[in-house]
Design a protein. Structure first.
Length: 229
């Protein structure tokens, strides 16, 4: 238990673990891929030891998000927007973790545990269809997001300010455990389990401040305008 609490303390700044919480929302309307599934719960998986780890991480993360949540200047509730600043400790920690293979493997391991047993091919097709159909509809940007994540809200604020069209799939507003499954699949697709996971014209660019190379680095270099053309 102490080891898990220590890991979550180290990872708390960016919702690096960031499990999703099942609620009443359904799947995005522009996805035709339907996920054949039974109701999923962390305690319903047939992996007793991993199940206990997943449940413990899940409960600790719920407590962490609740205890750190504040209302921002736009009335949105979530972790502090200051964490998304490029010079914040949270962002620097995120860049260190994202910049090495060990960090990715650990985060992917955690994402896989919490995702549990699911049809990986079907969920990957679901995520890819959302990206493709959004691009084909004329919207240039796709984002996989958590509503409480300050990095996600920062990316949305930038797109809104610049008048750049985007569609966002909120992983914490998907049925059952689907959000965690999509997150695990995105990790294998992009080698990043952190959110936001942003795609421009179908190309993965990373998150707000980091990735390949990330939204703000692209914007500051002028490369984002080229991608959007």
């Amino acid at each position: 238990m102490m080891l898990l609490k220590t890991l979550l303390f180290l990872l708390q700044f960016e919702s690096i673990v960031g499990f999703t919480f099942p609620n009443i929302y359904g799947t995005p309307q522009n996805c035709n891929v339907r996920i054949s599934r039974r109701s999923t719960s962390l305690n319903g998986m047939k992996r007793p030891i991993l199940d206990q780890i997943a449940s413990t991480l899940f409960n600790l993360e719920m407590d962490r998000v609740e205890s750190s949540s504040v209302e921002d200047d736009r009335g949105r509730v979530g972790e502090p927007m200051a964490w998304a600043s490029d010079d914040s400790l949270a962002n620097r920690f995120s860049e260190v973790i994202a910049g090495n293979d060990l960090g990715y493997k650990f985060k992917q391991w955690v994402a896989d545990i919490v995702a549990g047993e699911y049809d990986q091919e079907q969920v990957e097709a679901y995520a890819k269809e959302f990206i493709t159909k959004t691009e084909n509809s004329g919207v240039p940007v796709v984002m996989f997001s958590f509503t409480t994540c300050p990095f996600c809200r920062g990316a949305k604020d930038y797109f809104d300010l610049e008048g750049i069209g985007y569609l966002s799939m909120e992983l914490d507003e998907l049925d059952g455990n689907l959000g965690n499954e999509v997150r695990a699949v995105l990790g294998r697709m992009t080698r990043r389990t952190s959110v936001p996971a942003i795609f421009v014209r179908g190309k993965a660019i990373g998150g707000l401040n980091d990735g390949t190379p990330g939204l703000m680095p692209l914007a500051e270099s002028g490369e984002l305008k080229v991608l959007l053309q």
